[in-house]
Design a protein around this ligand. Sequence first.
Ligand code: PGA
Length: 248
Amino acid sequence: MRRKLAAGNWKMNGSRDGLKMLETLSVTHADSPCDIVICPPAHLLMASVKRTAEGPVTIGAQNCHEAEKGAHTGDISAPMIAETGATYVITGHSERREAYGETDATVCDKSTAAQEAGLVAIVCIGESLAQREAGQALPVIRAQLESSVPDGSSGGTVVVAYEPIWAIGTGKIPTLEQIAEVHSTLRSDLVARFGAAGKGIRLLYGGSVKPDNAAAIFAIPDVDGALVGGASLKAEDFSPIVDALSAS
Ligand code: PGA
C-alpha cells in the first residue's frame, strides 16, 4: 500500500516568523493517516526540523547539488541536507529546470545523490503549454520519467510529482481526465521498469492545488497526493488539502 503524501513547497518564501505554522500543522494533523512534508528554503531547514520533532510533519529541501562536496559556491549537497535532519528533497522542479538549465541527466544525478544520502527524492516532471497543445504531453512526460528517475528506485527512495508547467502558480489545472491519463501512464511505466517496486512509488499531482479542487484531484486513481506551492504557505490553506487527502 502506498501511504498518501501531502507535500508543501514554500519556494523562496518564508521566514523564522512563519515557522509557527509547522506547529499548527503538527497539532491539527497529529493523527493523520498521510505523510506530510514541508519544504522550506534552506536557511529554515534546521529550525523547521526542530519545530516538527513531535508530530507527523517531516521536512524536505527544495534542491540539492549532485556532488557530495566541493567548490560549488552557494550550493548545498544532499549529505548536508541530511545533516539538518530533513528527510526529503525536491529535484527537477520546473523552475530549476527553466532558470538553471537542469536537464533530465542533472535531475537524475541529483536524485541519486539524494538517495545515497538517505533522502527521498521528490522528482518533478511535467510538460509546457506548447507541448500539451501540440499533443506531446505524454511522450514528453514519459521521457522525463525515464531519464530523471534513477535506476533501482523504489517507494522508499523516490516520489514522482507530475507538475504541468502551465498549471504552476496560474490557478489553471488540467482536466481530471488529463490528470488521470498521465498518472495511469506513469504508473504503467514505473511498473514496466521497476516491477513490483514500481507499484510502491508514490505519484503526486502538483500545479494550483487548492482547498477547493483537492478532493476531486485526490479521487483520481493513482494520485497518491499533491505537491503544493502557494497553498502550502498558510496552515488555513494547507490543512484542508491534508484533510481532503486523508478523506480520499
Ligand atoms: P502552485 O505550485 O501550487 O503554487 O501552483 C506548485 C509547485 O510549484 O510545486
